[in-house]
Design a protein. Structure first.
Lengths: 99, 496, 491
């Protein structure tokens, strides 16, 4: 049985802000299924008593002092902007919800 | 039918919970060296890090970590021995990286409490967690109805605020407060504000958004399990906190009474109308896909450091207020008005400068409070310093000024003419203590009013008042009325 | 005078320091070589001719003033396009960053400039470093100078090919799952992945933050060590940068070059010595192992039981982090924006922008990562993968209690023809089978050419304990002294 359905892939694409095409959906669903079958093997090992590793460096408490550094100018900040207006980044209307 | 608050509370019991975001007053942002001044030109306090430019990396600001731990300690929390930042993933244009660096299942501070008072009664509010995260930028919605996102044709984004450290303080659910729920919510936020202020880690200006509140409310029938809660966002003043809880209680009671069910959702509070309106339904809420932030290493506060921070916490507002109230020997009502007038520190400093508690309070809560109200300035900015007020009261106590003169001198002080002594000298004010001059003035008055003097001699002592007035007049009020009266009686050979 | 493009970086620096050749002449020779062959190789996405000549000129001026020059002053370097360079296009080979000119420099670029190296330009790669062939570059693949019909490896195929094609003397790569080592192996060049945290990620366009590691690419081990020494070291702008002194990799490389490995214990990873690799690759690898034994090394077979789970763990951790790291490409602050016709909502424009701006492999990994992090699947996938990471780290630690370094082939197969693995992504992933464990552990590893199979280069991988980067340079240099370097057919 498939590890991931075409519908799930479509939902994930929406969640990832990817307007994928129908062909891509077919293609990705198949490919991701193969990949997921393979990577699911991580479930074979690692019992509960194994701590997870999120960072490979054993560092803790790396901080900077609260001292101001030079900022970019407004022009530099907006230099790469696809669209800007009066010193701000301009974006199309936002749907009235968080996601 | 339940449409009033009273009806609602007659049937249901409310449970509230509060999520408060406090913007820290660090000099620089949480993960970069950008300055954090309020009201700067848009996108002038940004850098590759807080703009989320490709390749940039965050480095945590020690001051932000320290401030969060101090808030946690002030709220009686346990400080985590080891915890991590986490990424909260969702798309929104005011978030430069489309994820927020926050904390998830490993908050820096957990399981504390804060005691608050609502008309004399003390409530203990449990604190679930205190964690550190980064603020978002500001979005300006244009085209639609007055700055609302709804109906806007486009939006403009300013990232100056993005990355400013934000401390999120989450209470445990607060049941069993019945009709007091709105006041309890308000008192909690007020106390939280005072606590944070006393720590000096934020100016907590609600009007500037440096303290923002989300209020959770649910209703249940007595003895039954808690109802479905709604989360009311965008509650940005103490008054609004109270109104939001109240209106949400009324609304939910209406829904329930009509046989409906409250849905778990985010609602928005509207200042103008004072009601809450449905926003995004949580049932369709996104999955934030939290995971440990790989660009930042774990936080493991040195226990010695935490102990030191705890040992150096300032006295918390509530305890301090009670201590001063007793030292000053005033009632809780009087203390409350002192607090409301923002006079606590001023009176304390005036006493420290040598004035008596009663004297210090008299000037700050009387003459100066009145002026502050009239001119619409903070009491601390009214123009007199605690030292000056103490000096003024000192002159009164020493008999060098009477009450009327003291007010005149205070006028001069507030007008910037210098310290009380200087004003006295400059304006030639001050009680006449030279008895020779005073005796002359008294004899003059007796001579000028023979009939009144006769009445007094005949025992009509009360009539002496007119003579006193005459003397005060010739001495331009600079005499001590009591002394004058005694002198008059003795000159007329009457025993007072 | 002999062609400077054929010289080692050390030789070039020596000639410039001695005044035998000017930095401008060296830069010009390489720029001309690029002009002559890069149409066929396509190692570069952007050549900064003016910038390079300007920097070279400054080196010559400093020398004329009698200033002390660094060991790599005037040496031409090619930089992978995933490294941010101020004012110079930095696209990570993606359409979504087409034309973006960063307003800041990466730490790597700053250190290259400070060392007086001459940056020639930005090299091609798989989009956002996701791939093993450069076939996923949005700007067309790089061709392997050994056989223009074959892939140069990936993701850093452009950097490796620029060396094999003598377009640059040194190159910068980044290694998340093998992107420095595997291209090195299939192009007959040297590629080193330093200890994670040993080189700064500041200004490295993130793919998988907990794995990404910038490192040196060169045509020989000593050059790689010289470049390593220039770019490595603590950087306070990277919280994961290790505040420890950089081991003396140059001295280690020179020691190894003497050809004496007496007393050095090599651990042969049992799990990687059997099937999984092409017979031709295994044959060359075994010969190299014998060559090392002749130099005095001792070989011990070591079992690393969890290495077989490295690939599955990697393809959960890397895509998960990538799905978050790549969320910022939304057409709001920089880069591509598509579909903004003033009727569509921001959400629609974002989705159209990302759909148009990302290639298929990037989309696959974003979706895979989003899935692995979803609340319902987090524990089974991302959570388990992080536990596997712990087990693999323990395998390494246990191994290094018995041996000084671990060895294996760098990649299971030699350079493959274009298109032979793109249809089946997982077949492509297998190219990193031997390189990925090191990334999950965080230790250093190097690939050094060790021979030819079917006329194509084979790479020998040496893996060392974290912060013991010098060990791998010693062994790699020793092997190089025994088998020599490998020159591709003339282009
Ligand atoms: Mg929050
Ligand atoms: Zn910044």
């Amino acid at each position: 049985m498939a590890a991931i359905s075409r519908e799930e892939v479509a939902h994930l694409a929406r969640l990832s802000r990817l307007a994928v095409t129908e062909q891509e959906l077919d293609q990705f669903a198949g490919q991701l299924d193969v990949i997921l079958q393979a990577v699911a093997r991580v479930g074979e090992v690692a019992a509960d008593d194994i701590p997870p590793t999120s960072h490979s460096v054993p560092l803790t408490n790396v901080y900077r002092d609260d001292v101001p550094q030079p900022c970019l100018t407004q022009a530099e900040a907006l230099s790469g902007a696809p669209d800007a207006y009066e010193g701000r980044f301009r974006v199309p209307r936002i749907l009235d919800e968080e996601v | 039918m339940t449409d009033t608050y009273e009806d609602a509370l007659a049937t249901y019991e409310p449970v509230i919970g509060l999520e408060t975001h406090v913007e820290l007053g660090t000099r620089t942002k949480m993960f970069c060296g950008c300055t954090t001044n309020f009201g700067a030109e848009p996108n002038t306090q940004v850098c590759p890090v807080c703009l989320g430019l490709p390749g940039s990396l965050p480095v945590a600001n020690r001051a932000g970590i320290e401030a969060t731990i101090r808030i946690g300690l002030a709220l009686n929390c346990t400080i985590a021995a080891w915890c991590r930042f986490a990424r909260k993933n969702y798309f929104y244009p005011d978030m430069p990286k489309n994820y927020q660096i926050s904390q998830y299942d490993e908050p820096l501070c957990v399981d504390g409490y804060v005691d608050i008072e609502v008309d004399g009664e003390t409530f203990r509010i449990g604190i679930e967690r205190v964690h550190l995260e980064e603020d978002t930028g500001k979005t300006l919605h244009v085209g639609g109805a007055t700055g609302r996102i709804h109906g806007a044709t486009e939006s403009l984004v300013d990232y100056n605020r993005a990355g400013i450290p934000l401390v999120e303080i989450v209470t445990k659910p607060v049941p069993g407060i019945g009709a007091r729920a709105p006041e309890v919510a308000r008192a909690y936020v007020a106390e939280l504000r005072d606590v944070v202020r006393s720590l000096g880690v934020s100016d907590v200006r609600m009007e500037q958004g440096s303290l923002r509140c989300d209020v959770n409310t649910s209703l249940n029938l007595p003895g039954q399990q808690w109802g479905t809660r709604t989360e009311t966002k965008n509650v940005n003043s103490l008054r609004s906190v109270e109104r939001a809880v109240r209106s949400e209680i009324i609304r939910q009671a209406g829904v329930l009474a009509a046989g409906g069910r409250v849905i778990q959702e985010t609602r928005h509070f509207h200042e103008e109308t004072g009601d809450t309106r449905s926003g995004r339904s949580k049932e369709t809420a996104t999955d934030y896909r939290y995971f440990p932030e790989p660009d930042l290493v774990p936080i493991a506060p040195d226990p010695a450091w935490v102990a030191e921070l705890k040992a150096t916490l300032p006295e918390l507002p509530r305890l301090r207020r009670e201590r001063l109230r007793q030292q000053w020997g005033i009632s809780e009502i009087d203390m409350q008005s002192v607090v409301n007038a923002g006079a606590v520190e001023l009176i304390e400093e005036t006493i420290a400068a040598g004035a008596s508690p009663a004297g210090a309070r008299k000037w700050w809560m009387g003459e100066l409070a009145r002026r502050a109200n009239e001119t619409g300035v903070e009491l601390s900015a009214v123009g007199a310093t605690p030292a000056q007020v103490a000096a003024l009261q000192g002159l009164v106590d020493a008999g060098k000024l009477n009450d009327k003169l003291a007010r005149t001198v205070l006028e001069g002080v507030v007008a910037g003419e210098g310290d009380p002594a200087a004003v006295m000298a400059a304006r030639g004010l001050g009680v006449v203590s030279d008895t020779g001059a005073l005796t002359a003035a008294v004899d003059e008055a007796i001579a000028a009013n023979p009939d009144i003097a006769a009445k007094v001699r005949d025992g009509k002592v009360a009539a002496a008042g007119a003579l006193v007035g005459a003397v005060m007049k010739t001495t331009r009020g600079q005499a001590d009325a009591k002394a004058v009266r005694e002198l008059i009686l003795s000159r007329l050979g009457v025993e007072g | 005078m002999t062609d400077v493009t054929r010289m080692t970086a050390a030789q070039i620096a020596g000639l410039i320091a001695g005044g035998d050749v000017s930095a401008v002449e060296v830069a010009t020779a390489h720029l001309d070589r690029i002009a002559a062959v890069d149409e066929r190789v396509h190692a570069f996405l952007h050549v900064d001719r003016e910038g390079a000549l300007e920097r070279a000129k400054r080196i010559d001026e400093r020398r004329a003033r009698g200033e002390e020059l660094g060991p790599l002053a005037g040496v031409p370097v090619a930089v992978k396009d995933v490294i941010v360079t101020k004012g110079i296009p930095s696209t990570a080979a993606s359409k979504i960053l087409e034309g973006w000119k960063p307003p800041f420099d990466s730490t790597i670029a700053q250190r290259l400039h400070a060392a007086g190296t001459v940056m020639l330009g930005k090299t091609n790669m798989d989009e956002f470093a996701m791939g093993s062939s450069t076939e996923y570059s949005a700007y067309g693949p790089t061709h392997n100078p050994w056989d223009l019909g074959r892939i140069p490896g990936g993701s850093g195929g452009g950097s490796a090919a620029s060396l094999a094609a003598y377009e640059a003397a040194l190159a910068i790569g980044t290694d998340t799952g093998g992107s420095i080592r595997q291209p090195g192996a299939v192009t007959g060049t040297v590629g080193a992945k330093p200890t994670y945290g040993g080189t700064s990620r500041y200004g490295l366009i993130a793919f998988s933050s907990s794995l990404d590691t910038p490192g040196p690419c060169a045509r020989n081990v000593e050059d790689a060590a010289l470049l390593h020494a220039v770019i490595a070291g603590h950087d306070e702008r990277d919280s994961t940068s290790i505040p420890a002194p950089v081991p003396d990799v140059v001295a280690a490389a020179r020691l190894g070059a003497t050809g004496d490995l007496t007393g050095v214990k090599l651990g042969l990873v049992k799990e990687f010595a059997g099937e999984g690799a092409e017979p031709g690759v295994m044959a060359v690898f075994r010969e190299s192992l014998e060559a090392l034994v002749k130099l005095g090394a001792e070989v011990v077979e070591i079992s690393c039981p969890h290495f077989e789970y490295a690939l599955p763990a990697y393809y959960l951790i890397a895509p998960s982090e990538a799905s978050s790291n790549l969320a910022r490409y939304d057409g709001v602050r920089y880069g591509l924006r598509v579909g903004d016709d003033s009727t569509r909502s921001l959400e629609e424009v974002m989705s159209l922008t990302r759909e148009a701006g990302f290639g298929p492999e990037v989309k696959r990994r974003i979706i895979l990562g989003t899935y692995a992090l979803s609340s319902g699947y987090y524990e089974a996938y991302y959570g388990q993968a992080q536990k596997v990471r712990t087990l693999i780290t323990r395998d390494f630690q246990a191994a290094f209690e018995q041996v000084d370094v671990l060895v294996s082939p760098t990649t299971p197969f030699v350079a493959f023809p274009f298109g032979s693995r793109t249809s089946d992504p997982y077949q492509m992933y297998l190219a990193d089978l031997f390189t990925i464990p090191t990334n999950l552990y965080g230790g250093p590893a190097i690939s050094v050419p060790c021979g030819l199979s079917e006329g194509l280069p084979v790479g020998f991988q040496v893996m060392a304990p974290t912060l013991a980067d010098d060990r791998m340079y010693r062994v790699a240099a020793a092997l190089e002294s025994a088998v020599g370097t490998f020159t591709p057919p003339a282009l």
